[in-house]
Each structure stands twice: as C-alpha cells, then as structure tokens.
Design a protein around this ligand. Structure first.
Ligand SMILES: [Cu+2]
Length: 151
C-alpha cells in the first residue's frame, strides 16, 4: 500500500517535469535581438557592414538590412535560409514605417537604394556559413561577401 502510494507520487512528479516545466514555449514570440547590417556604403563601397555575424540558436532575431547606397544590393545566403525558422520579412518605406510583411521561407532579399527590410528569424541549426554574398554581377567578386556563425 505504502509502496503503491510512493510509486504514484514518483509517477506524478515525473509526469509533471515532462509536461512542459522546462519547455521554452513559442520561440517566435520573444523580444527580438536587433542586428543591423548595411548593404553597400554611402560612398559606394561594395561591402556588408558588419561582414561577420554571430547568432545563437533558439533566439529571435530582427535582422535589419539597410541600404544607404545608390544602387540595389542583395543579402543572399542559402545556408542561413536552411538554418533558421523564418517568422516574417518586413518591408519598410523610406520613412522606416512598415509597408508589407511576407511570411514563409526566404533565401535572398534585395534592398533598393535608401530602403530597408527586416528578416525576423530563429536560428535552429549551428554552423559556420560562408556563402553570404550580394548576387549582383561583380559585387561578390568585389568583396561583397560575409560570414555567419551560428552557435
Ligand atoms: Cu551588391
């Protein structure tokens, strides 16, 4: 009798621990960590600034892609796209206010001169990604490349 009650208490304690006490909940509903990357410089430099990003799995990021230059640029990384869960992409007007939200998988974002976009995602896979580049002809060759480390 006593052993049965003890077993019941142990079982309930195990079930209690397994029923979500340690779960992180909805990872896309966290307060985002804002990371800003400039695509091209105001003086025409063909660079990402910064060109090296360090991210952590399980955290929500608001990756702000800002283009202060006078030509369009791409932020393209198939490996990043495969390593994150995308919550949305938000397109902003020249005044910085949201104009559109896009839901679903994203691989590449083109940002026009003076505009910005935000890629909201949660990294789900670790790795060192070296395929970040701008896919406009000549820009990768000129050094518009970057590296993303997900820990
Ligand atoms: Cu470019």
């Amino acid at each position: 009798m006593t052993a049965r009650i003890l077993m019941l208490i142990v079982t309930l304690a195990v079930l209690g621990a397994a029923s979500g006490a340690n779960a992180a909940g909805d990872l896309t509903a966290q307060k985002p960590i804002v990371v800003t990357v400039e695509l091209g410089g105001a003086k025409g430099a063909l660079r990402f600034s910064p060109d090296s990003l360090r991210l952590e799995t399980g955290k929500l990021y608001q990756l702000r892609l800002v283009n202060p230059s006078d030509t369009a640029h791409y932020f393209s990384s198939e490996k990043l796209a495969a390593a994150v869960y995308t919550r949305k992409v938000q397109v902003n007007g020249a005044d910085g206010k949201p104009r559109a939200e896009i839901k679903g998988q994203v691989r590449e974002i083109e940002v026009f001169p003076g505009a910005s976009a935000e890629w909201w995602f949660v990294p789900v896979k670790t790795g060192t990604l070296t395929d970040l580049r701008c896919t406009i002809a000549g820009h990768t060759e000129a050094g518009m490349v970057g590296r993303i480390v997900i820990e």
